[in-house]
Design a binder for this molecule. Structure first.
Ligand code: PEP
Length: 280
């Protein structure tokens, strides 16, 4: 991976302006950390409202990070109302790629926007493994989200067998490349990527900061090769997979980790806020 990263860096450096100014424009401050809660199939309307209130009450010192919560569809509108006047943003956990039609059980970008939500998670590993999400549907959904003015949070990540088979970067690169197929540079700058090793989601077993950093750097190098250095430098790449208050700081201080996508620990205000504070 190291060689691959360096190679692609050198390759792209040939076509890019001199190194020094580019390194200066790498300033990490450019990327505000995004701390996102994926509430999965938890929280009814009243619970969502209470949790948002509690997060907002404890977030007074968190102006330096962006906070996002992604409740189930049924609570999206109530969450969007409850967040008004706070710094918290709201996102959905999935969308369909069509605007409307005979798609029982599905929800469109337009309906999500109508609730007041601004973000959408796409390609979560639970969607990929339980609900037939493919790289192709991730790409279609990403295009639709962008067209509809939603910020896509595109999830990529390898399974344990893929990591053990030394295929992590191959898998993550393929997922990322496919997700961005046909997406313009301008639209790419609006996207967020979440690297979530499947073996770390909901298992209590997180990637080490070094393992995560290595993949994040690889994804950023890939984005640079697909677009250019400025898109790569601006792209927020979140880590997800058993992020908790006690491991958040070591992950969030890695050079290429720009926030977290948090499942279990986002369901309580104190743990979500503690993770967010680690991102300051
Ligand atoms: C997730 O579902 O995106 C996730 C990272 O879950 P957890 O934090 O519970 O591992």
């Amino acid at each position: 991976l190291f060689c691959w990263t360096i190679q692609s860096f050198l390759h792209s450096a040939e076509k890019k302006p001199p190194l020094l100014p580019r390194l200066f424009s790498h300033a990490r401050g450019m990327r505000k950390k995004l701390i996102a809660g994926n509430w999965k199939m938890f929280k009814k309307i009243g619970e969502a409202q209470s949790l948002i209130k509690e997060i907002a009450q404890g977030a007074g010192d968190l102006g330096g990070v962006e906070l996002l919560v992604c409740p189930p569809y049924t609570a999206l509108n109530a969450a969007s109302e409850a967040r008004k006047g706070t710094q918290i943003k709201v996102g959905a956990q999935d969308l369909h790629w069509e605007e409307q039609g005979a798609f029982t059980g599905k929800i469109s970008w337009d309906m999500i926007r109508d609730t007041g939500a601004e973000y959408v998670i796409i390609g979560h590993s639970e969607q990929r493994s339980y609900f037939h999400e493919t790289d192709d549907t991730v790409n279609k959904k990403t295009k639709t989200a962008l067209k509809g003015g939603l910020v896509p949070v595109i999830c990529v990540g390898e399974t344990l067998a893929e990591r053990d088979g030394n295929r992590t970067m191959d898998v993550v690169s393929t997922q990322t490349k496919k997700a961005f197929e046909g997406i313009t540079k301008e639209d790419a700058t609006k996207c967020v990527i979440a690297y979530e090793p499947v073996w770390a989601i909901g298992t209590g077993r997180n990637a080490t900061p070094e393992q995560a950093q290595e993949v994040h750097a690889g994804i950023r190098a890939l984005i640079q090769s697909l677009y250019d250095a400025s898109v790569a430098e601006g792209m927020r790449i979140l880590y997800g997979g058993s992020m908790k208050p006690d491991n958040a700081k070591s992950l969030l201080t890695q050079k290429d980790i720009d926030g977290g996508l948090i499942g279990g620990a986002s369901l309580k205000a104190d743990s979500f806020l503690a993770i967010a504070r680690a991102g300051l």
